[in-house]
Design a protein around this ligand. Sequence first.
Ligand SMILES: Nc1nc2c(c(=O)[nH]1)N[C@H]1C(S)=C(S)[C@@H](COP(=O)(O)O)O[C@H]1N2
Ligand SMILES: [Mo]
Length: 234
Amino acid sequence: MRAGGEGPPVGRRVVLGMLGLGAAGVAAGPYLQRAVEGVASKDPTGLSDLLPGGGGFRYYSVTGSVPVRTAADYTLTVGGLVDRPTTYRLADLQALRQRRIVHDVQCVTGWRVPGTPFEGVPLADLLQAAGVRPEATAVSFGCFDGSYTESLTLDQAQREDVLVALRMQDQPLGHAHGGPVRLYVAPMYFYKSAKWLDSITLTSTVQPGYWEHFGYDVDAWVGRSNGRDDAPTG
Ligand SMILES: Nc1nc2c(c(=O)[nH]1)N[C@H]1C(S)=C(S)[C@@H](COP(=O)(O)O)O[C@H]1N2
Ligand SMILES: [Mo]
């Protein structure tokens, strides 16, 4: 595993198989996931995991399969160093103040999707509702794929352009993009935007996330980290 690749290459047989799945394969999430079982899902050619209809987005998961969660069974917990640990259902999140942000998406492997709308609850609002304790300095994010993690400093987490996103491209967030709920960190490389978000934990120190154990920068400002000089996103 090396930084910048987000996983080993996918074999030719798998690439051909996945291209054959087309849109139906993506809609039928579990079938697509079987096709990538046993290989990391990142193909540096970008062929195998371009999302049909995704407008340039690529599908990423560090796990071979991800359970589907819906409004019926999805929960998000906010806990750790807070006065009021809270569990939200999807409808609870939908009832809170929503903010819509249109910004470029930039992956650290190089691809960019300009002007992408995301909409959701400002993370700062959830932190304020939970009552952050004085000893908390950072926030960790957990995912229901069972493997991926991310983190932010408390200052970063309280920015208005960091969302617990329920919508992307003006539609409910689909499973392939991390639905029903993903983190969205507008000013940072997209690896900070953890998909399938199910826990938010206030901590006393920054806990490096999944890719950060493989060398990605913990502070992931676009154009000012990871040895990259991408043009600023806007
Ligand atoms: N749970 C989870 N979140 C994740 C990832 C992942 O593998 N698992 N990959 C990250 C990376 S490297 C990128 S570029 C984006 C890709 O988002 P997309 O699949 O919606 O294009 O998700 C980020 N969040
Ligand atoms: Mo990425």
